[in-house]
Ligand binder design. Structure first.
Ligand code: ZN
Length: 88
């Protein structure tokens, strides 16, 4: 079991969290011209790189999305921050 820290609620069991997306992916626009393959690429394809990664996570309990910086190999979490425009 691992403990993640929600920037709004504090430390909680990892079972309360869900991975949402890799941070920094560019949403294809304009939507009316985006092909199905482009949407699928955006929604489902991740680099899944080894090492340091910045990801968007959801704390299901409070419903807030936030940024988590972690090492995908060691599972060490080095930072959690609220998304821009949200105050923790
Ligand atoms: Zn929370």
């Amino acid at each position: 079991m691992q403990i993640f820290t929600c920037p709004f609620c504090g430390p909680r069991d990892e079972t309360e969290f869900h991975f949402a997306a890799e941070a920094g992916k560019k949403r294809p626009i304009p939507a009316e011209t985006v092909t199905d393959d482009e949407w699928a690429e955006y929604l489902y394809m991740n680099s899944a790189s080894r090492g340091k990664a910045q990801e968007v996570w959801l704390h299901v309990t409070c419903g807030e999305f936030f940024l988590m910086t972690r090492d995908t190999v060691t599972r060490d979490v080095t930072a959690v921050t609220s998304l821009p425009g949200r105050n923790a």
